[in-house]
Ligand binder design. Sequence first.
Ligand code: SF4
Length: 265
Amino acid sequence: MPSQRFIPGIFNYCDYWCERCAFTLRCRNFQMGAELARADRDENDAPAKRDAANASFWTALAEQLNRPAGDWISDGADDFVLEPDPDWNEREKSRREAVRQHPLARMAMDYMQAVAQWLEGAQADLKAVADEMVETARRPISGDIEAEALEIGEMLEVLTWYHTLIPPKLSRALDSRLEAMEPDDGEPEELGEIRMADANGSGRVALLAIERSIAAWVRLRELVPAQEDAILKMLVTLDRLRAGIHLALPGARDFHLPFLEGEPR
Ligand code: SF4
């Protein structure tokens, strides 16, 4: 029976920002990582424990492979097709290519690259702002300079985190949507619905990442006016992406992710 503690598949519809996640206790992925980290911290016997755990994993796997085929292939498995299916391979390949060439996927990739370049190129302006803040902080009436400096750091953190998340989440959403729309070849109807739900859930994560990035850029524009032109370009791209997702994945807009967005109001 599946554990009640963990929310099944929660890590498929999150932003992987575990440090800021309110569901670490209910995420199997996080807990597994935490267990490994705990083992690593235990300097005295971590290597021994890890080696023992790894050894038993490989032994168990080898035992699986050594079992006679009849043990793990159930009765009736004669119908089981182990041969590669060229039609399926072809469909997968052309769907992957369609996703890669999709205007939204390309726009998301362009945005990711533009942010990476901006993060590198804006260093000088950001440093100038930081120096100015330090200078202002020395004056008797300096306002809340420290809070502003911290805010710049936080906005950069948000942008850095999300710029690499948007392309894969969007690609997954587009892929699942295309798969859901493929001609019916006798698969159960529910499968199409599951794929569309996956498309909408992944699209919603991408939208959330876009909306949070927009908010961060808007605030950064106020804090670092020297970067206004570059920031406006980012905002235009993100706005187009958002509008494009609303059109291509209308279900993503209203999809609700309680573990990322809280309970609906
Ligand atoms: S659900 Fe939370 S803890 Fe789990 S992978 Fe996503 S962000 Fe990390």
